[in-house]
Design a protein around this ligand. Structure first.
Ligand code: ZN
Length: 345
């Protein structure tokens, strides 16, 4: 498979020298891994700055101007968790634009799939404000662009970050063309993502939340994807799948209490690739969100890239359909989502 990658030094400038947990080191360890493990195997694409109009497909002009106003200033706090440094606005425009470059390359068939290894992350960014380390909502801007610029009719956004992507959910709350599926620790930051949040009047059932307590394992996530995401995704039939790929569900992550290993991320990637093969000509793009254990992030991104490029390193047992009884959360999600989707087995 030809896997496109977005990698840019500008992403390392955001919050440089600040000691913030969402630090440039996160991407530095990933970029070092790309050079040593995947040298010559990946298709590196240039990022670009998203335009004002592209940002404004999701964000209010006031918000864009507020972030732009931080340019050149050493330190600005946009919310208690979310700071900027002199080059953060530039990095954030390039992060969103990097996703757009990947969308173009995929839909022009220059790549088979891709991973935007960008920061700042995006899924908490709301239309009108930055929050949770996020300035602009990279995935949401990418989904809006794929619809407007490439005329795609339906887009599935999968968010496997530890946290609920409140910004993405709200961006498409009333949008019948975008289905938002999220697994997340709950109740937890940012507080949204309850089972009963299923979409607005214009888009009933097009938000699928899977709120989880703590301690969920690789096989639990795989079961949730197999029994909830895959059947709903097959019925929705998207033209493109975007993944908000956070790695803070890693078992040693300092912010989370989940138990996912790099093999678990590989397995989720495999499941999503299978869905993409069945419904949308394998069109699949991932965008980095969280993940704060540096070694865990490095190994997990490596495992995902191995799946994207192939051949898979998973054993047959790891890719077999799970035969255990349903997890209680699977039943609980279906008790709500059966109003909108058929439970196919
Ligand atoms: Zn997160």
């Amino acid at each position: 498979m030809k896997t496109g990658i977005i990698q840019d030094q500008i992403y390392l400038e955001h919050l440089r020298g600040l000691g913030h947990i969402e630090s440039p080191r996160r991407l530095e360890v990933v970029y070092e891994m790309l050079d040593t493990i995947f040298s010559g195997q990946l298709f590196h694409l240039p990022s670009r700055a998203a335009t004002f109009e592209e940002l404004a497909s999701i964000h209010t002009p006031d918000h864009i101007h507020r972030v732009a106003g931080t340019s050149g200033r050493n330190l600005v706090s946009l919310d208690p968790d979310t700071q900027t440094t002199a080059h953060s606005y530039e990095a954030a425009r390039q992060a969103a634009g990097g996703v757009l470059s990947l969308v173009d390359a995929l839909l022009h068939q220059e790549i088979d799939n891709g991973f935007a290894l960008v920061r700042p992350p995006g899924h908490h960014a709301e239309a009108h404000r930055a929050m949770g380390f996020c300035l602009f909502n990279n995935v949401a801007i990418g989904a809006a662009y794929a619809r407007c610029q490439h005329g795609l009719e339906r887009i599935l956004v999968i968010d496997w970050d530890l946290h609920h992507g409140n910004g993405t959910q709200h961006s498409f709350w009333n949008c019948p063309e975008v289905l938002y599926f999220s697994t997340h620790q709950y109740p937890y930051y940012p507080g949204t993502g309850g089972l009963d949040e299923t979409g607005g009047k214009e888009a009933p059932g097009l938000t699928v939340n899977v709120p989880l307590s703590s301690g969920y394992l690789d096989e639990d996530y795989a079961q949730i994807f197999e029994r909830i995401l895959v059947p709903i995704g097959r019925q929705f039939r998207p033209d493109l799948i975007l993944v908000s790929a956070g790695f803070d569900t890693y078992y040693e992550d300092p912010l989370g209490a989940m138990m996912v290993t790099p093999q678990g991320f590989a397995r989720l990637t495999r499941l999503v690739m299978g869905l993409a093969r069945d419904v949308c000509h394998k069109r699949l793009l991932l965008v980095l969100e969280g993940g704060y254990h540096l070694e865990g992030l490095r190994q997990s991104v490596r495992a995902v890239l191995q799946e994207l490029t192939g051949p898979s390193l998973l054993t047959p047992e790891e890719t077999q359909r799970d035969c255990r009884p349903d997890l209680p959360i699977v039943q609980r999600v279906w008790s709500v989502q059966q109003n909108y989707w058929k439970r196919m087995e």
